[in-house]
Design a binder for this molecule. Sequence first.
Ligand SMILES: [Zn+2]
Length: 189
Amino acid sequence: MFPMGSAYIAVVDLANTMSMLSEPLATSVYECIECDYTVNARSEISCFAELQRLALNIQHSGTVVGIIGRLLSMKSCKLCSKCDGKMLKNTYLNKSPQLLILHLPYTEVKISQKLKFGQDTLHLQGVVYYGSHHYTSRVIDDHKNVWFHDGMTTGSSTQLQGSAVKVRPKYFNKCNGKSVALLVYAQLK
Ligand SMILES: [Zn+2]
């Protein structure tokens, strides 16, 4: 399904495929804001969510938490077939995701280190970066240590970069000149 060796693949396709679930995590519905008419829709969230989309109206001053909120109740251009009212695409989670991979490339928004879904909290555990046709990553362990990985320089090991506690606001947005490709959140065990 994917090329092997040094052939190029987009990490977002890999993440999307790896995150497919046998059971849906959430239900999405178009809901009219004027009347009670609803239409079932394709679910917007699994263990992977695409955040690079116009309807989410992403501004540089935004945060990942805010964008997820808008993904769960998203503007749409669909009009109600009963009353012509505007419809929102609302997503209801059946349960909190254990793992959530977000595609928000080249982002300048504040990368929240925590996402709350009901009683459950997901923590930022990884960031994949892209630049010059090469991916690198940071892994954040349960003790908030940040580890850097680059297959070309660190090989099969990782390099300690410091603590994720009290990092400067845009710390996670860039890494050695490369920009964000994916954000990985997970519930701690
Ligand atoms: Zn309506």
